[in-house]
Write a protein that binds this ligand. Structure first.
Ligand SMILES: Cc1cc2nc3c(=O)[nH]c(=O)nc-3n(C[C@H](O)[C@H](O)[C@H](O)COP(=O)(O)OP(=O)(O)OC[C@H]3O[C@@H](n4cnc5c(N)ncnc54)[C@H](O)[C@@H]3O)c2cc1C
Length: 498
């Protein structure tokens, strides 16, 4: 590598998987002036491994490695011996077909549903969603939202004639909202999810006692100390700065980019790799860049969806559920995912009073025999985030008592994620809304600046974009984030090796 490239100044904004992967790859390639500017006190972004209850970990953010073949994080974890042999039962990004017989389903009135009732509906739901994921939708369904496609397809099944069948189907839809990070499946495009690629090897939840933090630690080892500047939120990225007119300055001292931080630190750079979440871009993209981002990028930021998924951990003094129970699933009579309820205009904020109806159930948690984890999505999750932990905990206990009829003790500790109100994330992950061309928008988001048409007049590759939302096929995932960081690092490496 020549001196010019070794000395190129590169600022990476954000220390999630995308930013860490980008920085580690550049440093490995010989770049010596790489800094990561991270707003938070900690690294990891949407990966947040904690130990709130015992010495065992709880993942407030990402938990599963999705797929094995072609998944660099699975590979890394395997090489470093971070995997243990366990079988996962999960909700996130997990289709309801993975519901095992050990999930206990209860109706609102307290009736327990047998697996004979639940399984056929869940299998049909899984078959229908698989058709969408595998791009096998019939033409008549292609323009529909995922919710509408599922409704019309389910209506053709004899299972739709039973009241319980319909309610279980609504449960499946609510559960699928955790995969899509959407308030409702009526917001999500049915045809576009065919571009999401689920890697072979299924869900992998066998990270050892260090959880996701252990994978982060491997990537962090590749960074010289002082590479990451925490508590350094970037406020403004000025780009396309013209070369200094002072004749006595070396050309190399003229940097095309200047990064201004909230703490008044200023970094000159030749390149900046922006890895902040789509939620942060939605909130700040119009003020964060000078000159403003091109219309194609602003459109992509607006058009792609970024929804909220939250976890509610309930720690009890003792286990009150049977030992073979992997989860307590709540089948509501009527819920937010029913189209009529979702689109009701009777009372604009009526759904806030029944926010808890969006909770699809409570799963048991590995290595925590007395802990349950509830899932909630969308606008109801955002509303829940505004409530006190104790109010959320009490509400959940009330639900568990009324649905199961079991003797449920008061909860001893409650831990809630608040991804929607986290100022440095502003949601959980990306989805493609109905009427949006996902491939086009992910690509527009990933395109470096200046754009091809401007390159002849300006220095190339001044502002690059990575992060899960910029990946056409693996958006929403940790490996999508990681690969997007590699992609942008390699873009710069190739640039300097040309
Ligand atoms: C509840 C939940 C569950 C999930 N479950 C899974 C799962 O099981 N499996 C899976 O593969 N994926 C899962 N995901 C998604 C996965 O966590 C993300 O796709 C991935 O971690 C995103 O990485 P990233 O680097 O793109 O973004 P981030 O992790 O969001 O990193 C961006 C970084 O930028 C920083 N930042 C923001 N603004 C600024 C600023 N102005 N200046 C400086 N820094 C800034 C942030 O603090 C953050 O550290 C889950 C996410 C959530 C929220």
């Amino acid at each position: 590598m020549n001196t010019v490239s070794r000395d190129a100044k590169i600022a990476v904004v954000g220390a999630g998987f995308a930013g860490l992967a980008a920085a580690a790859t550049l440093i490995k390639a010989g770049f010596q002036n790489v800094k990561i500017l991270e707003a938070k006190e900690r690294v990891g972004g949407r990966v947040c491994t904690t130990k709130p209850f015992t010495e065992n970990i709880i993942e407030l953010g990402a938990n599963w490695i999705h797929g094995q073949d072609g998944n660099p994080l699975y590979q890394l974890a395997k090489e470093q011996d971070l995997l243990v042999e366990t079988i996962a039962v999960s909700k996130i990004m997990c289709l309801p077909h993975s519901v095992t017989p050990r999930d206990y389903f209860f109706m609102e009135g307290g009736k327990q549903l047998s697996t004979d009732r639940v399984d056929p509906v869940c299998s049909l739901f899984s078959k229908l969603t698989s058709k969408a994921f595998e791009s096998e939708l019939e033409d008549k369904h292609r323009a529909l939202s995922l919710g509408d496609y599922l409704d019309v397809s389910f209506a053709e099944s004899p299972l739709a004639t039973s009241e319980d069948g319909t309610k279980i189907f609504e449960w499946c839809k609510r559960s699928e909202c955790t995969d899509e990070a959407a308030s409702s499946l009526y917001e999500v495009s049915a045809s576009q999810i065919g571009y999401y690629i689920a890697l072979e090897g299924g869900f992998f939840n066998s990270l050892g006692p260090g959880g996701y933090q252990a994978i982060l630690d491997i990537v962090l080892k590749a960074l010289p100390s002082g590479t990451i500047l925490n508590n350094t939120a970037v406020k403004i990225i000025q780009w396309d700065l013209k070369a200094s007119s002072q004749g006595d300055k070396d050309e190399e001292e003229d940097h095309a980019v200047q990064v201004i931080c909230e703490n008044d630190h200023i970094f000159d750079a030749d390149h900046v790799i922006v890895t902040v979440s789509l939620g942060v871009l939605k909130q700040h993209a119009r003020t964060m860049f000078e000159p403003a981002l091109p219309k194609s990028k602003l459109d992509a930021i607006e058009r792609l969806g970024f929804g909220t998924v939250d976890k509610i951990f309930l720690c009890f003094s003792e286990r009150f559920w049977p030992e073979d129970c992997a989860g307590i699933q709540l089948v509501w009579d009527e819920g937010p995912e029913d189209k009529a309820v979702y689109s009701s205009e009777d009372e604009e904020d009526a759904w806030k009073k029944t926010w808890f109806k969006k909770i699809c159930g409570f799963d048991t948690v590995a290595h925590h025999p007395t802990v349950l984890c509830g899932w909630i999505t969308g606008r109801e999750a955002l509303h829940m985030e505004t409530l006190e932990d104790s109010e959320v905990g009490d509400t959940c206990v009330r639900l568990l008592r009324s649905f199961t009829g079991w003797s449920v003790p008061d909860v001893s500790q409650v831990l809630i994620s608040r991804w929607g109100h986290d100022p440095h994330v502003q949601g959980s992950y990306t989805f493609v809304p109905q009427w949006v061309n996902g491939v086009k928008e992910h690509e527009a988001l990933a395109a470096p600046l200046p754009s091809c048409s401007q390159v002849s007049k300006s220095k190339p590759l001044q502002v690059l974009f990575a992060g899960e939302a910029t990946h056409v096929n693996f958006y929403t995932t940790t490996h999508g984030a990681y690969l997007s960081g590699l992609r942008e690092a390699e873009r710069l490496i190739n640039h300097y090796s040309d």
